[in-house]
Write a protein that binds this ligand. Structure first.
Ligand SMILES: [Zn+2]
Ligand SMILES: [Zn+2]
Length: 183
């Protein structure tokens, strides 16, 4: 994305109010935008990635496919590497979750006793056990090194045009303090 004031590249920075879009030419240019607007513009251009890999089912121990989006990971090329935006994946945004529930048989609205609520998550295709989002979205053990370094492209199985699911900038608000620190 290009700065509409000076033409330099826009990037994501982290400041006292969390993540925000900023001109790479700062401090000469002080143009900045909300994180939600930055993410919306990038997703509009690049589409929303759906990632999939094999995870060991905690119950039957077979390797089973799990699916999620990871919007923070899609923003890695645009940000300072010491911080990443965390946890914007399956279970975070209703419009995306509903699309995935309709189109991916292993994803369902599951009830979590721990969270006392229903949320979109994967089920084992063999035994049906819930594969909680903590080991899919927040801390995916099987692909941890790639997840940490942002090397997620090899796991992309589908790209979704965000207009097709009616995603708006509003749907992406409230994630600016969602932080993963990379050391
Ligand atoms: Zn600028
Ligand atoms: Zn299983």
């Amino acid at each position: 994305m290009v700065c509409n004031k000076c033409g330099n590249k826009m990037i994501i920075r982290y400041g006292k109010y969390g993540f925000f879009g900023s001109c790479s030419n700062y401090p000469n240019c002080k143009n900045n935008i909300k994180l939600s607007e930055f993410m919306y513009e990038i997703l509009k251009k690049e589409q929303l990635n759906i990632y999939s890999w094999k995870k060991e089912c905690w119950k039957c121990h077979k390797l089973v496919p799990v699916y999620t989006y990871m919007i923070g990971k899609q923003m890695v090329p645009y940000m300072q590497q010491t911080y990443q935006i965390g946890n914007i994946g399956l279970g975070s945004i209703k419009k995306i979750d509903n699309y995935l529930i309709k189109n991916f048989p292993s994803i369902n609205d599951n009830y979590s006793k721990t969270l006392s609520k229903t949320y979109a998550s994967n089920n084992c295709i063999y035994c049906g056990a819930l594969q909680g989002n903590n080991f899919v979205v927040d801390d995916p053990h099987e692909i941890y090194d790639d997840w940490l370094s942002g090397g997620m492209d090899k796991y992309i199985v589908k790209k979704i045009d965000i207009n097709d699911i009616g995603l708006t900038e509003n749907d992406l608000e409230g994630n600016q303090n969602n932080i993963v620190q990379i050391c």
